[in-house]
Unconditional design. Structure first.
Length: 202
């Protein structure tokens, strides 16, 4: 990973200048009471946890990864990624034809073979390293902050992460993109998607 948990902890003083979104529905009232529930993860396992109404969530944002090295999963990832107009910035009709008639016919099998070379027993390095980072940051931040990892493309998706935070009564979100520099195709696309989904939920 390009950024350590310790570096994130040192950046806490920058939170007031970070990308923040306070849900208006909670500005005028109290957060919902805590309650226990089962949370079904889209990654395929169930977590039983006691949901606590916390004031803030820190969302670590990265680009994304296929769900597996299966050609179909890689194709789904490439289709979502390359359908983003910030990534393939051409005429929408030309982009559609380029994807369907050229890229998605050959590239998924080639990319799947490349992914198999870096895949491990834990799966995608980008995913499990990101989850490990989120776990370490959670330990450093304490119980009053929920730390989650979200991916711009595929899973855990920005939408699913924000829906989970909404269910937990979170009323303040801090977005921390894990990209080392700005680019429209990564930082710009991820931040835009985050605010679109947040506005839909709050």
């Amino acid at each position: 990973m390009s950024i350590s948990a310790e570096a994130l902890l040192q950046c806490r003083f920058l939170w007031t200048r970070a990308l923040r979104l306070s849900a208006p529905v909670f500005r005028q009232g109290k957060a919902p009471h805590a309650r226990a529930r089962n949370v079904k993860s889209r990654l395929g396992f169930t977590l039983e946890t006691e949901i606590e109404a916390m004031a803030r969530a820190l969302v670590l944002l990265n680009l994304g990864t296929p769900d597996s090295t299966d050609v179909k999963d890689v194709r789904d990832y490439l289709q979502e990624f390359l359908s983003d107009p910030r990534v393939l910035d051409i005429n929408p009709i030309a982009r559609f034809l380029l994807l369907r008639l050229a890229i998605l016919r050959k590239r998924p099998a080639e990319s799947a073979a490349a992914y198999r070379k870096i895949w491990t027993e834990r799966g995608s390095p980008l995913l499990f390293n990101g989850l490990d980072l989120a776990e370490k940051v959670q330990e450093l931040m304490g119980e009053d902050t929920v730390v989650e990892l979200a991916m711009r493309y595929r899973n855990p998706s920005i939408r699913s992460v924000l829906e989970g935070l909404k269910d937990r009564g979170i009323n303040d979100l801090v977005l921390f993109p894990l990209f080392p520099q700005y680019s429209s195709a990564a930082w710009g696309s991820g931040v835009e998607k985050f605010f679109v989904e947040a506005a839909r939920l709050w």
